[in-house]
Design a protein around this ligand. Structure first.
Ligand code: ZN
Length: 1033
């Protein structure tokens, strides 16, 4: 089954045979370095360099043609930095070079450049140098308050350029990125890295043998809690000074100097805040085809006026290129991220349900698209033309309505299916299994009662919790109680089923010890209504911990547990969810038995991919059976060592389930996190036994799907269940030319069974524009959706391709997208200038975060299970979740306005934003940290922890105490806000500056060079810029 789902990865595998180094120029071998389907190796980049561009091959003189730009130009450039998406595409985001003429002239002081004028690297050297100069000069132009005027400051440091030249010189030799096991940054070869090393930039230190590894954490060899890193010299006092580059070589060995002002490169925070400022708190009406919604980080009220809310669908671009040639040229993935059951806030309208009775939904005869705002009524309303396939259909008599003077049905606004982007249909029996109305779904709780779970108190915790939780099973809004039935199984090496029929005085246990061929020993009394069987169920939940209190069974089975749950649902003829609480590698003799196959030696080899594949095939066939029977598997794992998540999580992944993991579970510190997850999961809005179909208007079609899904064929996306947090990312390709007038229309239909057992269709429609102008495509890109696509496609590709290749493709495609913009959309300028489209200006920083993620980082310090876990989570994430996951939120909380309800504005994820006197909260959707500087104000410490000083703070706590003071209340409300609507409960870790857990925290400062060697943002930007320069030449 994996053939349709995950194992093969056509985009990556197609291009694999010709994979090479990504930066060895733009010759034919490299032109295939992209997702195969963009596939024309002779795309426009390969065209002969334009005469005007060839000057960039002159070292460092490349900016000469432009020379210093007039102050007005700087101002424009600066405005471009400040502009949010509202100004998208108006002006490219570019790094202007305000270098004084004497610096760009032909005469150079002695320097490394003269010594290697014929070096094959001169072009890229020039580019990188130019970029560095731009970046440097952008210090002067840095946006935000307090920006310094450019002209006098830069010209006051004539020596700056020669030195830059020296420092930016690339080391000769092949420019192939270092292999994944040795990636001390993608730009390891670039001199920026070497500057960073000289300057003592954090993350470049030597291993500190005194550090101990924390349980379950992944320290890196490069970590050193060097206090100076947070010291005054890091506080940026020199950063605002444009001459911050050392005045001469002699100063290189002097006190640490800052090379570049980080404020001069595009800031994700700035982009997020600009969008909030321009679009936050407003109403966004989806009334226009192809309009770009507010960023996923911006809170606003969304009103459906004919296109699906961006809560349900976000696209990588809202204007598709009209031809496949254009698409190949730009290499911008054309994709939609669909979260069909996304939660909408209570102040937005929930979906209307349309019921046409026995007739069922109205559909196009030819393409089977559902009635929607894209259908055009003609001939006085007697017929309609399908917006997807153009077929003319008769309007069924019961649905007939007259048209008004503009050709619109007079009942347009009375029918959701005519005027709204999203709505539901009640499905008829034709849409049900075996043409029978479905039974309400069931939840089966399956608890591992082996020694460790009993001993840790976990079993008792679960049982106690279920007693209250079962009253909160989801129900239809109009119904008083839930229709969902419940069942209970415990297991170690054998399975125990429980009869909890309401008329029993005591629950009854039935043991199934033949786990080779699992059968369900009872039907009547296994799945019950909790309200009816409450006393028997509670009795059982009281007894289970005692029943196994003396167990010494440490071996467990796993696959037979899923099998048993699935068989039980099948026998009861209903869909449902299994909630499995499991702790160990299933080593007992049974199907799906696993051995510890974790092998660090496989890292960076062609076999690394096997670590992400299931160990035995039986899990795949089990997953297929589960999907076929509407059995969704939720897995709560409590490992204290390798449990092979790639195998155990597979069924969860394919069945639309959720995987939760609690390393080294400790009852006291981890219960709140686990119980919150469990509660939320049980109450979650879910569609069961679901099948999704994505239809498109003519000229393009859905070709690839990524998510917690299963596919038996190329069109039907099957999900045993789909909940509010799960998103499917769909990629589109051209079949033909797209028409600018009719646009590109997408309809996503999800057929599912509701919590009450009603069969329904949920329809989401969205219309995108098409254009023959590449600029229109770039103007309407959504970087957050692009990153979601890139993450999922890369995480899928690692199942079949070496990590190194996948990483190279990501870098290469980033450069291609930007180079294409530079060449076709930006106004003429020196080739060595880095120009980023406004809508993609944070693409490089986000892409670097993806490249640095644990999944794409094959380092022995990172547990294999952790990587498999992250991989699985990301595969089903929506755009908001991937945005936060790859670029965490870092909030300063030391200077809060205690009177305001507002959450403080985030700062960039870099150590430079921290300060000794500061306190910060960092969250990425999975982890949350409270970082406290050594000089955190005592009143804040007192307010938060009720202790007098920094030294008294215990870093053991995982919750903030409830204290009746403004600090505590405010910060707890901020934490709540961060946590709200997130799929996973984040356990709070308290990190004190200069104490050991800081190294874990540092991994999340994603703009810095990572402790595992990932490139800093600046280094990566230089690396991408270098590639762009090569592509343009
Ligand atoms: Zn049609």
């Amino acid at each position: 089954m994996s053939q349709q789902g995950y194992v093969t990865a056509p985009p990556f595998s197609q291009s694999q045979p010709r994979m090479g180094g990504f930066s060895a120029g733009f010759g034919p071998p490299n032109s295939s370095l992209h997702y195969g389907h963009y596939g024309d190796p002779n795309s426009s980049h390969a065209a002969a360099p334009q005469p005007g561009l060839s000057k960039s091959t002159v070292p460092l003189g490349s900016s000469a043609p432009l020379g210093p730009l007039p102050p007005g130009t700087h101002q424009v450039s600066q405005n471009n930095f400040q502009s949010g998406p509202s100004a998208a595409g108006q002006q490219p985001h570019r790094f202007q070079s305000p270098l004084p003429p004497n610096n760009t002239g032909p005469s150079y002081p002695p320097g490394s450049h003269q010594s290697q004028p014929a070096s094959p690297n001169t072009v890229s050297t020039s580019c990188t140098t130019q970029l560095a100069n731009q970046l440097n000069s952008m210090q002067i132009n840095s946006y935000g308050p307090g920006a310094i005027q450019s002209s006098h400051t830069s010209s006051g440091h004539p020596q700056q350029l020669p030195l830059m030249q020296h420092q930016m010189t690339l080391q000769p030799g092949p420019q192939i990125p270092p292999p994944a096991n040795n990636f001390s940054g993608l730009c390891a070869q670039s001199s920026l890295s070497s500057i960073a090393r000289q300057d003592g930039i954090p993350g470049s230190g030597l291993p500190n043998p005194n550090l101990q590894q924390l349980p379950g954490q992944t320290p890196g060899p490069g970590y050193h809690p060097q206090q100076a890193n947070y010291g005054p010299q890091m506080a940026g006092s020199q950063l605002s000074y444009p001459g911050a580059f050392p005045g001469g070589p002699a100063q290189l060995s002097g006190p640490p100097q800052k090379k570049l002002d980080p404020d001069s490169i595009p800031s994700p925070i700035q982009v997020i805040e600009n969008d909030k400022a321009s679009r936050g708190g407003q109403m966004y009406a989806t009334n226009t085809r192809g309009q770009v919604p507010p960023l996923v980080t911006t809170d606003c009220l969304i009103q459906d006026q004919g296109h699906a809310s961006p809560r349900y669908i976000r696209c990588t671009t809202y204007c598709f290129p009209s031809s496949s040639d254009m698409a190949k040229q730009a290499r911008i993935p054309l994709a939609a991220v669909i979260q069909p059951f996304a939660i909408v806030p209570s102040n937005e309208t929930p979906l209307y349900v349309v019921n046409h009775g026995e007739t069922g939904p109205i559909r196009c005869n030819r393409c089977k698209a559902y009635m929607c705002p894209f259908m055009q009524f003609i001939e006085g309303g007697r017929r309609y033309q399908c917006g997807f396939c153009n077929c003319i259909n008769e309007v069924p008599p019961f649905f007939f309505q007259h048209l008004d003077h503009i050709g619109r049905r007079v009942d347009h606004y009375e029918r959701p299916e005519l005027s709204l982007g999203s709505y539901e249909y009640v499905a008829t029996l034709d849409y049900c299994r075996n043409n029978k109305p479905p039974n309400p779904p069931a939840y089966i709780f399956m608890i591992d009662v082996s020694y460790r779970n009993i001993n840790s108190g976990l079993v008792k915790l679960i049982c106690d919790e279920l007693k209250t939780l079962l009253d909160k099973l989801p129900r239809e809004e109009q119904e008083e109680s839930s229709a969902i039935r419940v069942g209970f199984v415990t297991y170690n090496k054998v399975l125990h089923f429980f009869n909890v029929k309401s008329n029993l005085a005591q629950p009854q246990m039935m043991v199934v010890s033949d786990v080779g061929e699992v059968f369900v020993p009872l039907l009547d009394g296994f799945l019950v209504n909790f309200q009816e069987s409450r006393s028997v169920v509670n009795n059982l939940l009281d007894q289970i911990p005692e029943m196994f209190a003396d167990t010494n069974e440490s071996e467990t089975i796993f696959a037979p547990v899923i099998q048993a749950g699935m068989e039980a649902l099948k026998a009861a003829e209903c869909a449902g969810k299994l909630f499995i609480f499991h702790s160990s590698l299933p080593t007992a003799e049974a199907p799906g038995k696993l051995r510890n196959r974790d092998d660090k030696k496989l890292l960076s080899t062609d076999k690394e991919k096997t670590l992400f594949q299931p160990q035995v095939n039986s899990y795949e066939s089990l997953a297929r059976d589960c999907v076929a029977n509407g059995c969704c598997v939720n897995l709560f794992l409590f490992p204290n060592q390798y449990v092979d998540i790639a195998s155990l999580g597979l069924v969860t992944m394919y069945t639309g389930g959720t995987l939760y993991k609690y390393n080294n579970f400790q009852l006291n510190s981890d219960s709140p996190q686990f119980l919150t997850d469990l509660r939320r999961d049980i109450e979650k809005k879910t569609g069961f036994d679901a099948i999704m179909r994505v239809r498109t208007s003519t000229g393009f079609r859905a070709t690839d799907f990524f998510g917690a899904i299963y596919m038996n064929n190329t069109t039907d996306v099957e999900m045993a269940a789909v909940d509010c947090d799960k998103a499917v990312t769909v990629e589109f390709k051209h079949d033909d030319k797209l028409n600018e007038d009719s646009g590109a229309l997408i309809q996503c239909a999800v057929l599912y069974t509701s919590v009450s057992g009603q069969r329904r269709l949920r329809i989401h429609n969205i219309g995108l524009n098409c254009s023959t102008q590449l600029a229109d495509v770039y103007k309407t890109c959504e970087t957050d959706a692009l990153i979601n696509f890139f993450a999922k496609s890369a995480f899928k590709a690692i199942l079949s391709q070496p990590l190194k290749v996948v990483r190279e493709i990501l870098v290469s495609q980033t450069a291609h997208m930007l180079a294409c913009y530079r060449k076709n959309c930006a106004s003429p300028s020196a080739v060595s200038q880095l120009i980023l489209p406004d809508a993609m200006k944070v693409l490089p920083v986000y892409m670097n975060c993806l490249l640095k993620s644990t999944v794409l980082t094959g380092r022995p310090e990172i547990p294999t299970d952790e990587r498999a876990y992250h991989r699985q989570l990301v595969m089903s994430m929506g755009v908001a979740d991937t945005q936060l996951f790859f670029y965490p939120q870092l909030l300063p909380i030391h200077n809060l306005d205690l009177k305001s309800d507002a959450v403080p504005a985030a700062v960039r994820c870099s150590e430079e934003r921290l300060s000794e006197g500061g306190a910060f909260i960092l969250a990425n959707g999975l982890s949350m940290f409270l970082w406290l500087g050594v000089s955190t104000p005592p009143e804040l410490i007192q307010g938060l922890f009720n202790v007098p000083s920094f030294a008294h703070i215990s870093a053991e706590a995982t919750l903030l105490p409830d204290l009746a003071n403004p600090y505590s209340k405010k910060i707890k409300s901020i934490v709540e806000h961060i946590q709200s609507q997130k799929p996973y409960t984040m356990k709070l870790m308290i990190v004190k500056q200069r104490e050991q857990p800081e190294m874990l925290f540092r991994q999340f400062l994603v703009e810095d060079k990572s402790i595992h060697g990932g490139a800093s943002y600046v280094d990566f930007l230089c690396c991408v810029h270098k590639e762009i320069c090569q592509l343009l030449n």
